[in-house]
Design a protein around this ligand. Sequence first.
Ligand SMILES: Cc1cc2nc3c(=O)[nH]c(=O)nc-3n(C[C@H](O)[C@H](O)[C@H](O)COP(=O)(O)OP(=O)(O)OC[C@H]3O[C@@H](n4cnc5c(N)ncnc54)[C@H](O)[C@@H]3O)c2cc1C
Ligand code: SF4
Length: 521
Amino acid sequence: MARARPGRGGEGGTLVVVLGDQLDRGSPLFARLDPARDCVLVVEAPEEATHVWSHKARIALFFAAMRHFGEDLRRGGVPLSYLAIGTHPHASLAAAWRAEIAARAPARVRCIEPGDWRVLAMLQRVCGEAGVALEVVADPHFLCTREAFERWAGDRGSVRMEFFYRWMRQRTGVLMDGAKPVGGRWNYDTENRRGFGATGPGAIPAPPRFAPDAITREAIADVLRHFPGHPGSLASFAWPVTPADARRALDAFVRERLPRFGRFQDAMWTGVPFGWHSLLSAAMNLKLLAPRDAVDAAERAYRSGHAGLADVEGFVRQVLGWREFVRGVYWKFMPGLAEANHFGHERPLPRWYWTGETRMNCLREAIEQTLAHGYAHHIQRLMITGNFALVAGLSPQAVCDWYLAVYVDAVDWVERPNTAGMALYADGGRFTSKPYAASGQYVKRMSDHCKGCRYDPARRAGDGACPLTVLYWNFVLEHEPALAAEPRTALMAGNARRIGAAERQRIRGDAQRLLAAIETL
Ligand SMILES: Cc1cc2nc3c(=O)[nH]c(=O)nc-3n(C[C@H](O)[C@H](O)[C@H](O)COP(=O)(O)OP(=O)(O)OC[C@H]3O[C@@H](n4cnc5c(N)ncnc54)[C@H](O)[C@@H]3O)c2cc1C
Ligand code: SF4
């Protein structure tokens, strides 16, 4: 592919900064572009792959999608300066922006609002230091603007997704019959929690694979050349990297997996990395696919009778509800969310989070598939790796860095609220109603992982006791009064009250022993 090429954007013009997760050809930035004076700047910066130790597939996906986008801009005659890795001397986005501003002396820099607080602060700093005006344009990709979310949230110190979701359904008319939710209920969550049962998941249609073309192969080669020591594998890389790929991925999901999506959302099974999930998060987060298109396609599947309401509502709730909600929450609670540590957890991340070399079947399975594909589904992230991190008292900042590094869909605005807020309760529940702590018994119910595991999920102390179970009970005992005070966790504390003094001591002692040997679990 063609390398860095000077464009315009010089004196009096606009330098249009496009970030790696802003690959939207319909962006208002392009409608306002004056090809005679302006220039688009896209930078592949090493620091963006190294500030957390990014999975090779995550870096490759960004580079591949950015390069396809660059080609599309060139074909459209858009003046472009594309700084590919290895062709420029800049270690960071900031250094590249500084150099381009100095060389071009634009009248202004224009950018869609970044999805990362750190990147916005960096852009503001660079422009401020260079004395050039910065125009930050609202991101029309989202169905709820940051301002609309702020208005909805008002001055409430804590917010809840369910109420936001209902408001979004009303605002957008999605799955509505007039003023009422289709089917008479807002939420079919209770029908979305089935396991695969004793016989397992049966045949699940495989998600489409997008074989790397020449541009993607070159991006992969560059990742191997520049980031050889990074975690994860590129062997199975087959992610959508263009809007056309993303549309095909959406169509295949709606046709083949949406009809079973909702009911099996929480189910896990050995050797089944994708289940009935959509695998659309990365395409949406890079802006290759509009969330409205995904939601509309799902609603059409319901209205045409192709998929049932519980399955379709389950999907709509994730995209129209959770995805928009966590973005609003991110901007409302940053930068405090980055430092939040409600429980004062400080333990470093065990090394096996980066290798999968643990004897705990459930964690090994979730981490190995993460390293193989850059993907794990929500319940694996929340109730396996996240749950362990919570009950083992791992540092929220170390855990956030891991999640940001290892998933192909990881961008700060969505990763951080999910990790710090939902999985770790590090913010003390400003947008979630309880810590999602669970024992090995939950894993046993929702998967086949406990079969053949060297640990026993039913045992909370003693030889062979499941670490998740021991650490769960230790966590509950430690936070018993606070859990008792909250209606959604009162049951946890109620169960703990039935544990006698001797067993409490055993659980606490075993938990300390497990934590001391955490690297060997
Ligand atoms: C600790 C933790 C970290 C996470 N980090 C990320 C992340 O970095 N990037 C990311 O996109 N998602 C993240 N999620 C949310 C969710 O796990 C992923 O969006 C989902 O697993 C992606 O797979 P999928 O596309 O197959 O999703 P599906 O299960 O098919 O769901 C459909 C879509 O709904 C959206 N969605 C579902 N749940 C959430 C959620 N909780 N928050 C926001 N959007 C949601 C996604 O866009 C997803 O593509 C995280 C969740 C947890 C618990
Ligand atoms: S027994 Fe415990 S560690 Fe083993 S798979 Fe089950 S929950 Fe995981």
